[in-house]
Design a protein around this ligand. Structure first.
Ligand code: URA
Length: 239
């Protein structure tokens, strides 16, 4: 349980500077339970607090944990250069709360991208020590062969990696598609592994992280959702 003044609550939720949040209240833009709040310094319990800003209702969240079904042609970088950034797919206040992608997907990779403003969560999810499996569906230029599958499972040597990198699971889906499960998240890893095995990745989609399947979230491309406690616990595997 924790109590804060309304202006600080609004600021913590990404609605702007303290000065701006004070003005929001002064201008009658903030209401709770249908009542416009005039007292900017009103002390409120944050847990379970629902408030309305510019007519839109929000639930107070200490941290934000979301999954985005990333479309192609969006960059995960904070300063995107060639394509719009993934943050542009989320409400503006999320950027002010410093919501960031957990790891990165290439601009042309689609599928599940986690995003959060909780540094400890981002760190834990990105840590190679956790061995969190990530499932990708790769479309290949050349047909998938048993030799390709066994090479990816055995390990392929990439230029700047000291040891060969291997998939923990690799299965053929159809003539030109395979499902590959990785525990590391090296730069362009799937594409580079396929290139090292003398094929070429023409499309890539991340379909699952840990036990959490993108399919179960029912998100169209470009849509996002908050993750529930149960869904968050599906992300955690390993130790
Ligand atoms: N591997 C890649 O090559 N690209 C991604 O975006 C993710 C994994």
């Amino acid at each position: 349980m924790s109590k804060h003044t309304l202006d600080r609550i609004l600021q913590s939720q990404g609605f702007g500077t303290r000065k701006f949040c004070l003005r929001l209240v002064e201008d009658g833009e903030v209401s709770i339970n249908g009542e416009v709040i005039a007292d900017k310094r009103l002390y409120l319990e944050t847990e379970g607090l629902r408030f309305t800003v510019y007519g839109e209702e929000w639930l107070y969240r200490e941290h934000i944990y979301i999954a985005l079904n990333k479309p192609a042609d969006y960059e995960c970088s904070r300063k995107p250069s060639h394509h719009p950034g993934v943050l542009s797919l989320l409400p503006e206040q999320f950027s002010l709360r410093d919501v960031q992608p957990v790891g990165r997907l290439d601009h042309d990779t689609t599928g599940m991208l986690l995003m959060s403003d909780d540094g400890a969560f981002i760190h834990a999810q990105s840590s190679p020590k956790r061995h969190i499996p990530k499932v990708y569906v790769a479309t290949t230029q050349e047909a998938v062969t048993p030799a390709l599958i066994s090479q990816l499972l055995k390990g392929v040597k990439l230029h700047d990696e000291p040891a060969p990198l291997s998939a923990i699971v690799c299965e053929q889906l159809d003539t030109h598609r395979l499902q590959i499960v990785l525990e590391q998240g090296k730069y362009h890893q799937v594409k580079r592994m396929l290139a090292a095995a003398e094929n070429h990745c023409t499309a890539l989609r991340r379909s699952q992280i840990g036990e959490l399947k993108l399919e179960a979230l029912n998100l169209a491309e470009g849509q996002w959702c908050y993750l529930t406690e149960a869904q968050l616990s599906q992300l955690v595997s390993g130790s």
